[in-house]
Design a protein around this ligand. Sequence first.
Ligand SMILES: [Zn+2]
Length: 306
Amino acid sequence: MIKVSPFLIACAFIFLSPAAQAKLEVVATTPDFGSIAAEIGRGHASVTTLAKPTEDPHFVDAKPSFIVKLNRADAVVEGGAELEIGWLPALLDQSRNPRLALGAPGRISCSQEISLLQIPASLDRSRGDIHAAGNPHFMTDPLNAKIVAEHIANAFCQLDPKSCDGYRTNLKKFTAALESKSAEWEMVLAPFKGQRIVAYHDTWPYFARRFGLNIDLFLEPKPGIPPTPVHLAEVVSRMKAGHIHVILVEPYQNRKTAEAVAADTGATVVDVAQFPGGVKATDNGYLELMDYLVNSVGKALSEGKK
Ligand SMILES: [Zn+2]
């Protein structure tokens, strides 16, 4: 009788068992990319997200556990365009993972195929502007989300060819759902074309462009610079002159400042987030977040009209 070592039996079991097949280990920087990476990777990739949905993506609280996660990852999904420049490069250095180096297939930069808005003619960080490479908040345009989903699927296929069919099937499903929702969202916001909205930070130019809104007045004098009394007084007078009734505030921004401006102008403060889970009933991912954004902005604009 041939003797088979228990070690070989264990190995055979690991290779034969589909449940034990190694999944692609993916780390996403923020929950929007994490949500889409999880949709594309469903069944084949394991996705963890570093930033909380209520955190400012420019200033994420970097924890030592992030270095461990990055060290073990096969891929990192980042926004790029300097979104994470304040916190991710140092973590990547410390994680010492060549799979995530710039130019490696495991470094998945979502801005790569996006036409960025607001690219400055000349680089000047001296004034404190944290959007020095163009506006990095491109995910609130569903067409950009579609481009990002395709980009992630292509990258996953390159990293994990054996599961490529699965990634392609997941992509098809996500894209179909996104397209049907996009038509619905355009209908909800169609009555408000050309309307102006104030936001705390310049997070919404892609959302505004997609849905025909103007979100071009901000409580911050420049992205990343806190509001000043002089600047807020100017915002109040421009809101009154322009009959602007809606102010968008994200979870990590100073709601009291927005409320003070609202009290002076009769406007409504609307709680929004650019990340799934950042506001209530948006935990289930990107599509649910966009549903919330479109409906809450539409509701506030229709109330402002009365
Ligand atoms: Zn920003």
